[in-house]
Design a protein around this ligand. Sequence first.
Ligand code: UDP
Ligand code: MG
Length: 149
Amino acid sequence: MERTLVLIKPDAIEKRISGLILDRLDHLGLQMTGAKVVSLTEELARAHYKNLEGKPFLDEVIQYMMGEFNNVPNHKIYAFVFQGENAIAKIRQEIGSTNPEKAAPWTIRGSFGRFIGDVMQNCVHASGSPEDAEKEIALWFKPEEVLDR
Ligand code: UDP
Ligand code: MG
């Protein structure tokens, strides 16, 4: 059964919309099999976004994930594992395109994401492929922190 990693990013924590985001994801009919509050380290942030190495915006994304642009204590990120048929595509569809200005208005990013100056703040992360999902879940969760169904 397919699994995916979801992160609620600092802008969404600051806006107090994590419950609202989870409500939208809940309605997709998947199982939540892992959930935790994480104090993000720069090391984990860089490992998570390893595929962005060389991109001009990488350092900004790391600062954003570390909470430097939002009023959030302890570098907090909320992390989840969802499991179910087509979990990756279902969640990616619900969160919308990366750029909140291009995301469909009814998606999570389209509804709540925005640019602050030139920093993209798009509220959520969700894995893009099964390979990425398994790598990402292993970075954020110990095996015993995730239920098997
Ligand atoms: N990002 C950014 N500017 C860009 C592209 C990406 O700030 O032009 C950030 C944004 O937070 C995005 C993350 O980098 O969510 C990862 O980029 P990716 O292309 O993997 O998008 P995603 O899979 O999150 O939709
Ligand atoms: Mg991605």
